[in-house]
Ligand binder design. Structure first.
Ligand SMILES: [Zn+2]
Length: 158
């Protein structure tokens, strides 16, 4: 996590004060990283995320933590609605029906550690898109190794 490459993206909004409580995990639904990034930059698609984790475990930043990225859409968790406002969105390059390479998950764990420490987020508030938009969204899907995240000792301690 020494070096996070910044990718240009103008799909975000600014809130005067933003309380970051959640991290939302997504998959791009596309195998091709270039096309996935293009979509996340498209002014027409109007979608974005804070971080992308490549299949090789490289991390890219698209939107700064302090700004609102457009990854969750209509969403709800407990009493919170419109989770874009209070979350960090991470996109994993994955087409939706393939295994997540271990190196990608290791990078994700390192990134999560950084984010949850910085913003004091509870590990139980690391959620999938399907958790907050049930029936409408299915990512990160059944192949996403939740146990590796939830049982991770480093993350639990963070
Ligand atoms: Zn999603």
């Amino acid at each position: 996590m020494k070096h996070i490459k910044k990718i240009k993206c103008s799909n975000f909004s600014v809130l005067p004060k933003r309380n970051i409580k959640y991290v939302i995990i997504h998959y791009t639904n596309m195998n091709n990283q270039k096309s996935a990034i293009k979509r996340l930059q498209s002014r027409v698609a109007k979608v974005s995320c804070h971080y992308i984790v490549s299949k090789k475990g490289k991390v890219y930043r698209m939107v700064n933590d302090k700004d609102v990225a457009w990854h969750a859409g209509k969403s709800k968790w407990k009493k919170d609605k419109n989770l874009n406002n209070c979350s960090i969105g991470i996109e994993l390059i994955n087409n939706g029906n393939e295994e997540f390479p271990n190196i990608q998950i290791i990078s994700l764990i390192k990134l999560l550690k950084k984010i949850i420490t910085k913003h004091e987020i509870k590990i139980n508030n690391v959620l999938g898109h399907s958790d907050i938009s049930p029936g409408r969204k299915f990512d990160p899907g059944p192949l996403f190794p939740w146990s590796k995240i939830r049982q991770n000792k480093i993350l639990k301690k963070a």
